[in-house]
Design a binder for this molecule. Structure first.
Ligand SMILES: Cc1cc2nc3c(=O)[nH]c(=O)nc-3n(C[C@H](O)[C@H](O)[C@H](O)COP(=O)(O)O)c2cc1C
Length: 168
């Protein structure tokens, strides 16, 4: 019987909400953990691994890069992210594409992303920084996300990934 691990990095709780929705949807033996609680070689015990993160500066947070690079080839993985920018925008896709490249040794079954609010205080600061201005202005309208519809999409994503994982 396959075992599923859901790991996430979440500074302000948005990605954690998505991780929990995925966790509740997955059936069978499963564990959910923030990345900082992962034990050495713990991922080796699982055959399906969901990995979630917030987009930081169009990219994957540094703390996730090593984990993605070290996933071994026999693992089935699914990636998810939250971001301030509009879902589907180039800015929101870049980080997931990069995460797929980092994890390309493994079998990447799919990815999911949705918007996640940025605190008004953080936005005010970020909008003034040239490297963050472009996404931060767009992110102002993410203030209600992730919402119930995002969580429902995350649950559908989880079901889809589990169907794919069962196929081979
Ligand atoms: C320092 C910093 C950089 C960020 N960079 C981006 C970015 O480049 N693109 C984007 O869409 N959102 C960006 N965000 C917004 C976060 O990705 C978004 O709010 C996310 O949902 C936070 O997830 P969390 O609550 O799980 O920490 C940034 C947020 C912070 C604090």
């Amino acid at each position: 019987m396959s075992k599923t691990l859901i790991i996430y990095f979440s500074k302000t709780g948005n990605t954690k909400k998505i991780a929990e929705a995925i966790y509740k949807t997955v059936e069978g033996e499963k564990v959910i953990k923030p990345v900082n609680e992962l034990q050495k070689n713990e991922v080796d015990k699982y055959s399906i691994i969901f990995i979630g993160f917030p987009v930081y500066s169009h990219s994957v947070p540094f703390s996730l890069e090593g984990i993605l690079k070290n996933i071994s080839p026999n693992k089935k993985i699914a990636l998810f992210s939250t971001h301030g920018t509009l879902t589907g925008s180039r800015l929101s896709r870049e980080a997931l594409e990069y995460a797929s490249v980092l994890a390309s040794k493994a079998n990447v079954l799919g990815s999911f992303s949705c918007r996640g609010k940025v605190s008004p205080k953080a936005l005010e600061v970020l909008e003034k920084l040239p490297e963050h201005k472009a996404w931060a202005e767009m992110a102002a309208s993410a203030s209600t996300h992730p919402d119930e519809s995002d969580l429902e999409d995350a649950r559908s994503f989880a079901r889809w990934i589990m169907t794919l994982a069962a196929q081979d």
